[in-house]
Design a protein around this ligand. Structure first.
Ligand code: HEM
Length: 344
């Protein structure tokens, strides 16, 4: 059920694994719109032997738990890297009724004003009152809307074409031109530098991906969709105000996303199109070291930042992260429109 809910069917009421092959597991899922047969690609790429099945299902289960904010069950620990921070001592089981009662999903009206944000009850109930925890809980509903936008789901289910993917990369390019230009302006501020090591910089990888996907003249053939124009204008506005937490709201939403769900996107895309690193270099952070450790250090830095903000400023930053998610969701909607217009 967790896998069904995390991978596209947030309102699933039944889920049964009915098959598998080298590339994916297959589930039969029932939700209010009917019965669906769903292929979910193995997170680690193609598999060749029996032990890999368990390893990949556990990886899917863990990704699902993370996406839904549910603490994973302890007994899966042995099949995972032992350094995984969750699991041990976790009082919640995967079959815990709270998991099944996840109240928010794709298409759920935005949860603005919800006292715990979109939080899954587990996440909201956790003793984690850190600022990074608050940020995550108070924005998870808009994360879900972004993740389950049709365009994104098509990419994740291997239904998108190479052109669709290239169109997405082009939009990322315009986003990161702005993000990384304003990052330059804050480079001397130690409070910012900690979030933005050189190994995070994405523009060179995006340029290489676009050249690979579209050819040497890609610059003449890309343009921002309206949502990206608005997104970029907002990033520049926040930077012009010198509002550091606001800028970090945008930084967090993009870069931590690239280091999280982005990794799954890269696996699906490179499996589908037979890429090596070319075409998906944007999602590779070869100089950053262990991604999980970096994300934890990033969250620690958010906690330090949050400790220096009063309640109103904390809430303002949360609101800006919600805005950033909305810009991303709008981008997917615009890409959908472009795609529909191109096929008329
Ligand atoms: C198919 C699309 C997506 C999938 C499967 C996905 C999945 C995930 C997962 C599993 C996590 C938790 C990882 C962890 O805690 O280490 C995560 C975190 C995150 N995602 Fe996504 N995501 C998707 C799309 C997006 C989009 C479009 C954005 C925004 C541009 C985004 C931004 C984030 C951020 C900022 C986090 C970190 C939350 C936190 O821990 O504070 N994601 N995502």
């Amino acid at each position: 059920m967790l896998i069904a809910r995390a991978f596209g069917y947030p309102e699933a009421s039944e889920s049964r694994m009915i098959g598998l092959d080298a590339e994916a597991g297959v589930w039969e899922i029932v939700d209010p719109s009917g019965r669906h047969e769903v292929r979910v690609p193995w997170p680690g790429g193609s598999i060749a032997d029996r032990p890999a099945i368990r390893r990949e299902i556990v990886a899917l289960y863990r990704a699902a738990c993370e996406a839904l904010g549910v603490a994973p069950r302890e007994e899966h620990e042995s099949a995972q890297a032992s350094s995984h921070p969750h699991g041990a001592g976790n009082p919640h089981g995967a079959g815990h009724p709270h998991g099944a009662g996840h109240p928010h999903g794709a298409g759920h009206p935005h949860g603005a004003g919800h006292p715990h944000g979109a939080g899954n009850p587990h996440a909201a109930a956790a003793e984690d009152d850190s600022f990074s925890g608050r940020l995550r809980r108070a924005t998870w509903d808009v994360h879900e809307s972004s993740e389950h936008a049709t365009f994104m789901e098509d990419i994740m289910r291997g239904r998108a074409t190479l052109d669709d993917y290239a169109a997405l990369v082009a939009q990322h390019y315009f986003m990161y031109v702005a993000l990384e230009e304003v990052a330059g302006r804050f480079a001397d501020d130690p409070a910012y530098a900690v979030f933005h090591p050189a190994a995070l910089v994405r523009l060179p990888a995006l340029e290489a991906d676009l050249e690979h996907l579209m050819g040497a003249d890609w610059r003449e053939r890309v343009a921002p969709v309206p949502a990206v124009d608005a997104y970029v204008a907002r990033i520049r506005e926040v930077a012009d105000q010198g509002w550091l937490p606001g800028l970090l709201a945008h930084h967090y939403t993009r870069y931590l996303g690239d280091l999280s769900g982005g990794q799954a996107i890269a696996r699906v895309v490179s499996n589908q199109h037979g890429f090596g690193v070319e075409g998906v270099a944007f999602y590779a952070f070869p100089e950053l070291g262990d991604l999980r450790a970096f994300k934890e250090a990033y969250r620690d830095a958010l906690d330090v930042l949050g400790a220096n903000l009063d309640e109103a400023e904390q809430q303002r930053m949360v609101d800006e992260v919600r805005e950033a998610y909305r810009f991303n969701t709008e981008t997917f909607l615009d890409l959908d429109k472009e795609r529909a217009a191109a096929t008329v």
